[in-house]
Ligand binder design. Structure first.
Ligand code: G6P
Length: 436
């Protein structure tokens, strides 16, 4: 990448997470000469976008940074000449997420933002839109890197890799959150740890953990089994069964609870849907509070209340990646990228989540050796679901959509798969033109 002034385009700039991103930029100005940031959003998000833009401007002014900030509905203008295009949008907003969470629950199936049928519905809405963004990048900023946080991040990144020429890396805050939680339980600094991550997005294991040359995997599993904090704000902390963890021999991510403790997680989801509301419905309240705070003309930093959301360390994860690419640092980051033989049992063009060396040439995955059937079975099945979902989303193909849900480990049988699919297609009619 040519050195010089950097332009960032943030698609979904009106997100309540954006101040986190701005903070990450301002913390790294010595390494990243960001001179222009363009937030873009859709008409329905204009009010939020304006609030975010004013807060971001106050944050920029506070540190006296020389950054031109623009907020608009003009996606093409935002993308033209950008070096990095960061995507963090939500088609249909939080109401669509709430539908994704509630529809499966009607059929006694996990209803979750990214995992199971909820993530499937989100992918169907999102993939056509992101491929449209890719067309703009191909035409107006062909050298730009797209850093995708849009959920379901791995699946969406796979669609971009397969159906566009855009250079892309997918990103999630789960690995950095796991690293921080392991550092806390081992009472060490996060940079003293080496964690061998491999899996898929929101289906990630640390296969081995090292602290100053010592293999601490068993110790970490013991602590997690003993109830050490190992969850995220958005996921119910169902206790792990210690014997199961020792038998598994790899450290699961918080989202694994949906796969390994399905009944307990389903019961918890149903109870909270009846009482405080689904996670999206709870987040709607938090968001409203956040946007009220953001409007305070005195506020010129990211408020602490943002930490109630699930996206902790989101800013560090994303800006460290920009730093690694722009400055060719060749540092190890955990990213979503092309498999390229790393997991021998998956196709080369499958997107996996793993530790990778990241520099100006992009991400080069680090292998973790041969994985046993205790983990490959689940990875294989979820990847089959993801591949089918990409095809369904791109071509509006009902059969692929049905086979995707049938292959999702959280969907128990074809009758439920069909009922859920038909419900999703009906409820999301306005967002799924490809199926008409
Ligand atoms: C975690 C996940 C994200 C997800 C977020 C939801 O950070 O890694 O993929 O979007 O949680 O948090 P929320 O506060 O919106 O429930």
């Amino acid at each position: 990448m040519a050195k010089g002034a950097l332009k960032l385009a943030i698609i979904g700039g009106g997100s309540s997470y954006t101040p986190e991103l701005v903070e990450g930029v301002l913390k790294r100005l010595d390494r990243l000469p960001v001179k222009e940031i363009h937030f873009v959003d859709v008409e329905a998000g204009k009010e939020k976008l304006d609030i975010i833009a004013h807060l971001a401007q106050r944050m920029i002014d506070k540190v006296g940074a020389d950054i031109k900030l623009t907020a608009s509905m003009d996606r093409k203008a935002a993308i033209a000449g950008a070096d990095f295009v960061m995507t963090q949008f939500r088609v249909g907003g939080l109401q669509a997420r709430a539908n994704d969470e509630r529809i499966p629950l009607k059929y006694d199936v996990i209803g979750q933002e990214t995992t199971g049928p909820g993530g499937f519905a989100k992918a169907l809405r999102t993939i056509p839109v992101i491929l449209g963004i890719c067309k703009d990048i191909e035409a107006l900023a062909p050298n730009a890197w797209m850093l995708n946080f849009t959920n379901p991040a791995g699946l969406v990144t796979e669609a971009v890799q397969k159906y566009s020429k855009v250079k892309t890396i997918g990103l999630c805050n789960v690995p950095v959150s796991m690293t921080m939680m392991i550092a806390e339980m081992m009472a060490c600094q996060s940079d003293e740890l080496t964690l061998e991550y491999a899996g898929l997005n929101h289906l990630l294991w640390a296969h081995r953990a090292w602290l100053n040359g010592e293999d601490i995997t068993a110790q970490v599993l013991e602590k997690v089994g003993d109830g050490a904090n190992f969850s995220m704000k958005n996921i119910f902390e169902e206790p792990w069964e210690p014997e199961f963890l020792q038998a598994l021999g790899a450290i699961p991510c918080p989202y694994h609870r949906y796969f390994y403790q399905t009944e307990a997680m389903l019961a918890e989801e149903k109870a909270s849907a009846e009482q405080g509301g689904t996670r999206a419905e709870q987040v709607m309240v938090t968001e409203q509070e956040l946007f009220e705070l953001y409007q305070n003309p005195e506020l010129d930093e990211k408020p602490e209340q943002l930490e109630q959301r699930g996206g902790a360390y989101y800013s560090d994860a994303s800006l460290n990646l920009v730093d690694a690419i722009y400055n060719n640092r060749n540092t190890i980051n955990v990213v979503n990228t092309r498999n390229n033989g790393t997991m021998h049992f998956l196709p080369d063009d499958a997107v996996i989540e793993c530790s990778a060396v990241v520099g100006s040439a992009g991400a080069r995955p680090i292998g973790v050796g041969k994985l046993g059937p205790a983990v490959t079975g689940l990875i294989h099945q979820v990847k089959a679901y993801e591949q089918l979902t990409v095809e369904a989303a791109v071509h509006g193909d009902y059969d692929s959509a049905l086979m995707a849900l049938v292959n999702n480990p959280l969907v128990p049988d074809i009758t439920k798969a069909k009922a859920i699919l038909d419900d999703i297609l009906r409820t999301n009619y306005d967002y799924l033109p490809q199926f008409r």
